[in-house]
Design a protein around this ligand. Structure first.
Ligand code: EPU
Length: 431
């Protein structure tokens, strides 16, 4: 177990290179199950969620070879085992993609109910609605999802999603690429990683059209063949560093990004008083004046992403005036608020709404990363706070950020990762 010890108050200066998108990687790794041959996937972030999924595939009989730290050759040609690695599946949300991929390839799936961040109720009814429309029988018993199709092959269907769901959109897409006939997903999610997963599948021989719009059409093919694909940069990782500079101040060039994917975030940061310069594959962010209040409502893409709300909330805690955040996706995204209050933030939460009254500064405190994005937010708060902040339970952060501490150190942050048994004061002095 480790924790991060941060001495705050230093603006950030330098360059940060962004890794591959977590939420694309965690869909593409299970999607490799659909492919009869070797998938070479580049730009896989080194995060524990990706490592876990690769181990789950191996336990099903896949061969996974490391080409370099971010490139893997995954060969699922010989996978025949179904119903393995339930204990690993339970630890991660994206294990639900194994249902779509296994159903598509084998006509049968046995997958443990998913884990992941506790953001409130996280139903999978829309995934099941999609699989059922395609001819599968789906049953949940003893924490395991059992799905099968009597004929051995799913058939195409027209599926209207009741809610815009990233997970259901991708999962139905995975199930549909090898189905018999055409599947149409209406009211589909439009996040950049949905387009990326569709491009990945197409590069292996699938026929997916319309990803990035709210109607996706998938014509089933008989077989997907091996190929090569490079994952897009992580929109939320890049947004997190933009939020860090916004809150802590300084000037940082964020490289290896797709600026278009970040517009929903940078538009809000500009309103808060930062300067943003877009280049082809990088953004220069500068913050050298006091922050301004702003209101945020989280929505599906291209709205402001829920996965960015805790990180941007830290800047709002330090902005002049009163800001309001309305969380439009999850019921339980405000667990970080109690931790920020320990650092002097003034936030009132009522249901899905948080009212933030800006304060002149935060003060360091021991805090707990209660989920992935909450953890990132608390690190950002530590970077701004006066004195020492210790962030515990950082395994949540390491599920989704590659080299988080090293990247922040690279722009001058005073942060170290220490074993929990070490004294925070002596570790900080050693910085
Ligand atoms: N929903 C349903 N039924 C379903 C599926 C979803 O009612 O069958 C509801 C959810 O309760 C929620 C809304 O629909 O209110 C959106 O959920 P969605 O399915 O889009 O979320 P997800 O696929 O479980 C992914 C990301 C999350 C991110 C959300 C929203 C992955 C592995 N996770 O979750 O990412 O918050 O989309 O953008 O892709 C994170 O990276 O920190 C993270 C939590």
């Amino acid at each position: 177990m480790t924790k991060y010890v941060i001495r705050g108050g230093k603006p950030l200066h330098g360059i940060i290179d962004i890794s591959g998108a977590k939420n694309a990687a965690v869909a593409m790794i299970p999607a490799a199950l659909l492919v009869d041959g070797v998938c070479r996937i580049e730009n896989i972030p080194q995060i524990s969620d990706a490592t876990l999924l690769l181990r789950i595939l191996e336990q099903h009989g896949a061969s996974v070879n490391t080409v370099n730290k971010n490139t893997m050759d995954i060969d699922c040609s010989d996978v025949s085992r179904i119903g393995a690695a339930f204990d690993l599946m339970r630890q991660i949300r994206a294990s639900y993609y194994l249902v779509g991929a296994m159903l598509g390839r084998f006509g049968r799936a046995e997958v443990s109910m998913p884990g992941g961040c506790d953001l409130g109720v996280r139903p999978i009814d829309q995934h099941i609605k999609g699989f059922s429309a395609m001819g599968a029988e789906v049953e949940i018993r003893n924490g395991i999802i059992y799905a099968s199709v009597a004929s051995g092959r799913l058939h195409g269907a027209e599926i209207y999603l009741d809610v815009v769901s990233v997970g259901a959109t991708i999962n139905i897409m995975l199930a549909a690429v090898l189905a018999d006939g055409m599947t149409i997903i209406e009211n589909a999610a439009r996040e950049p990683h949905i387009v990326d997963v569709a491009n990945f599948l197409n590069s292996m021989g699938a026929d997916v059209r319309g990803a990035g719009t709210n109607v996706i059409k998938i014509r089933g093919v008989d077989k997907l063949e091996g190929g090569f694909y490079s994952i897009i940069p992580d929109q939320i990782e890049a947004g997190t560093y933009l939020a860090a500079v916004t809150a802590a101040g300084g000037e940082v060039l964020i490289r290896n990004i797709i600026p278009k994917h970040l517009e929903c975030i940078t538009a809000k940061l500009v309103e808060m008083g930062v300067s943003i310069e877009d280049y082809d594959d990088s953004i220069l962010i500068k913050r050298n004046k006091p922050l301004l209040k702003a209101n945020i409502k989280t929505m599906p893409y291209p709205g402001f992403p829920t996965d960015m709300h805790p990180q941007v909330a830290v800047g709002l805690c330090l902005a002049r005036g009163i800001s309001v955040i309305t969380e439009g996706i999850w019921d339980n995204r405000y667990r970080y608020v109690d931790e920020l209050r320990r650092m002097g933030a003034k936030i009132q939460v009522d249901g899905k709404i948080a009212v933030i009254e800006g304060v002149p500064g935060l003060t360091g405190a021991p805090v707990r990363a209660c989920d992935l994005r909450a953890g990132a937010a608390l690190v950002i708060a530590g970077l701004c706070a006066e004195g020492l902040t210790e962030v515990e339970e950082v395994y949540h952060i390491e599920r989704g950020y590659e080299n988080f501490v090293a990247k922040l150190q690279g722009v001058g942050a005073d942060i170290v990762s220490v074993a929990v048994s070490e004294s925070p004061v002596s570790s900080a002095i050693a910085i």
